[in-house]
Design a protein around this ligand. Structure first.
Ligand code: CO8
Length: 259
């Protein structure tokens, strides 16, 4: 599929989606959300893709939803206009493969919320995170009030959302917003390294592990444990489970087939 606001590159089983509206600091407008949703569907269904990286530019990941596009919306427009962002974020979150956000520079508002629908976040030491919507008279409306507290706890999330203040990469690491901070010039390499480490695992086990975690978080503990058990048991029907355990016993690396 041809895209205008994002670049898509697939190499060695790793797909990299790069936000590409540098003139407005990668502000996310309706077209970006539509294209992100479409690419999520495409990459999720592409058997050659084993892991996905979502990234931006060297100085800005994304400065949030497009304020110029939102400024004169009516409440009805906002309700209807919000659908592409919800569609995109829900489709990214449910890509049945590991999705890594690779962040340099600003990840603000909807840009920060985009990182929250990824499985793992790696930040360059130049990264800055914030949900400044409150300074615009609105609130984070692309999942930020829901996903951020689930990730870092309600207290810290409220501080960030109520103040609109930015935090740097080290603080983001300290509060658990990102998994790892690396020097800016090593961001691409470190992200690829992590993507390849994930991609080397069995695709069905990865898919069900992601599902068990994400679906389980929506359930009470007992229901989650039962769901985990179904996923776990199902994996004993796969070629990869036989291969993984045989390889361990034979003291060799496994050769997973994704089946
Ligand atoms: N939307 C539109 N244009 C933007 C945005 C944005 N979010 N951010 C920057 N730009 C534009 C600027 O207007 C400017 O354009 P121009 O050259 O035509 O004046 C250009 O990008 C460069 O920006 P700056 O001159 O401001 O660059 P600085 O380096 O001085 O500052 C900042 C960088 C700090 C990132 C600053 O641009 C900034 O604060 N941007 C806005 C950040 C923000 O408030 N983000 C939250 C937006 S609201 C949101 O994300 C809601 C999500 C929920 C959506 C739900 C679906 C509808």
């Amino acid at each position: 599929m041809a895209y205008e606001t994002i670049l898509v590159d697939i190499a060695d089983g790793i797909a990299t989606v790069t936000l590409n509206r540098p003139e407005v600091l990668n502000a996310l407008n309706g077209q970006v959300f539509n294209e992100l949703g479409d690419v999520a569907l495409e990459l999720g269904a592409d058997p050659s893709v084993q892991a996905v990286i979502i990234t931006g530019g060297d100085k800005v990941f994304a400065a949030g939803a497009d304020i110029k596009q939102m400024a004169n919306l009516s409440a009805v427009d906002a309700a209807i206009g919000g659908r592409p962002s919800h569609r995109a974020f829900s489709l990214i979150e449910t890509i049945p493969k590991p999705v890594i956000a690779s962040i340099a520079g600003f990840a603000l508002g909807g840009g920060c919320e985009l990182t929250l629908v990824c499985d793992v976040r790696i930040a360059a030491d130049s990264a800055q995170f914030g949900l400044p919507e409150i300074k615009l008279g609105i609130l984070p409306g692309a999942g930020g009030t829901q996903r951020l507290p689930r990730l870092i706890g309600a207290g810290k999330a409220k501080e960030l959302i109520f103040s609109g203040d930015f935090i740097n990469a080290d603080e983001a690491l300290r509060v658990g917003l990102v998994n790892k901070v690396v020097p800016a010039d090593q961001l691409r390499e470190e992200t690829l390294k992590m993507a390849k480490r994930f991609a080397a695992r069995g695709a069905v086990a990865l898919r069900l592990a992601k599902s068990a975690i994400d679906e389980g978080l929506r359930m009470d503990l007992e229901a989650g444990i039962q769901y985990e058990h179904k996923c776990f048991s199902l994996l004993f029907a796969t070629v990869d489970q036989k291969e993984g355990m045989r390889a361990f016993i034979e003291k060799r690396p496994p050769d997973f087939k994704g089946q």
